[in-house]
Write a protein that binds this ligand. Structure first.
Ligand code: SAM
Ligand code: ASE
Length: 348
């Protein structure tokens, strides 16, 4: 008889081995529209009704719904005539329906259609030490964002992915430090503007400019910003090639982790030169712990940066070293306890 320890070990390994079955069940239920369909219905539905509504087989849908029950994404109740009726759990309504303000639908869609395919080549990525766009999507561009934005559709999906996490933890990130002394703020690689919108709502006296590639600022204006977003402007450019405008604060959220060290140094040098005296830079990144023990999310994200980008996740001390080398003093790290930590460094 296997001991309690062996049992716990084997259960854990099986759980890791089969982790992708959970991911795929979640992706499929989202993409087929299960959570939106149940959300739109006035009452709980049978598997037959969901299958008909979403044009799938009854048997397949029954198994999918049943697995979702096991994952606590759905709950069941019996009907008067002995059928099983399904409805969303509170968690699914909050995070898996498209229209919820905290929706992770677009993150899930991107994970399913892009990240999952790149991870198929994780072994090659580890061997070669580089991203896998060529194998996964037939993209041979040397420019990282040309590969990431290989079609307009793919760019919009990436922007939606970037957008969604800030609806959940953006406020914690922006209030980790008191940013009220900084009046003119540039969000470098500000993408869809999710952080910019939160920033002007938290700090009523600041103005925020989203600096990003031309295609991105154009899409941001068209699809993500509205006339109500006063105090937010757009600035198209290339932060490696163009001169940066002067500002009190530069936000770099999930920028440095896309790039190798020499690119990070180039960018931080430029930021330092454009930063007003007394101004600063705010880095937002998933930090690795100093002793390499975790957090597992940041460790896995670092593997994802390997398959998807030219960068890596780094430790707080590595960012401190990069910031100090660029000339910044008084580096403060705030590990919010969420996925993303915040580092504020000042130009003395
Ligand atoms: N800061 C956003 C966030 O955390 O949600 C988006 C981070 S995303 C990983 C990187 C952003 O940098 C993208 O919006 C991308 O278009 C932008 N970017 C990449 N290369 C750039 C460049 N050379 N100049 C300006 N923006 C660039
Ligand atoms: C990037 C961030 C991400 C580039 C590619 C990306 C994310 C996913 N793909 O700067 C967000 C973080 N999530 C993961 C799994 O790494």
């Amino acid at each position: 008889m296997a001991g309690a320890k062996e049992n716990a070990y084997s259960r854990r390994i099986l759980q890791y081995m089969e982790g992708f079955l959970v991911s795929k069940t979640l992706f499929t239920a989202c993409e087929l529209g299960v959570f939106d369909h149940l959300d739109a219905s006035e009452h709980p539905l049978s598997a037959m009704a969901v299958a008909q509504g979403l044009s799938t087989s009854k048997d397949g849908m029954e198994r999918l719904l049943s697995a979702c029950v096991g994952l606590e994404l759905l709950t069941t109740q019996p009907s008067a005539d002995g059928q099983v009726l399904y409805s969303n759990t509170e968690m699914s309504t909050m995070f898996l329906t498209k229209s919820s303000p905290q929706s992770l639908y677009h993150s899930i869609e991107y994970s399913s259609n892009t990240i999952y395919l790149c991870w198929h080549y994780l072994k090659d990525a580890v061997r070669e030490g580089k991203n896998q766009y060529e194998k996964a999507f037939g993209v041979s561009s040397k420019d990282l964002f040309e590969a990431l934005y290989r079609s307009d559709e793919e760019m919009v999906k990436f922007m939606q992915l970037m957008n969604s996490v800030w609806n959940i933890c953006g406020k914690d990130v922006l209030t980790a430090f008191d940013l009220s002394p900084f009046k003119s703020i540039y969000d470098l690689g500000g993408c869809s503007g999710a952080l910019a919108k939160l920033c002007v709502s938290v700090y009523p006296e600041c103005t925020v400019t989203i600096f990003d590639l031309p295609k991105v600022t154009e899409t941001c204006r068209k699809h993500f910003l509205s006339d109500e977003d006063v105090r937010i402007s757009l600035h198209k450019g290339d932060f490696f090639k163009d001169t940066l405008p002067d500002a009190d604060l530069f936000i770099l959220a999930r920028i440095l982790h896309d790039w190798k060290e020499e690119r990070c140094i180039l960018l931080l040098d430029k930021v330092y030169k454009s930063c007003k005296p007394g101004g600063g830079v705010l880095l937002v990144e998933a930090l690795l712990s100093e002793d390499n023990s975790g957090p597992v999310t940041a460790q896995l994200y670092s593997l994802n940066m390997l398959v998807q980008t030219e960068g890596r996740e780094r430790k707080g001390s590595e960012y401190t070293r990069l910031l100090s080398a660029a000339g910044f003093s008084s580096v403060h790290i705030h590990s919010a306890g969420h996925i993303y930590s915040v580092i504020l460094a000042l130009k003395g």
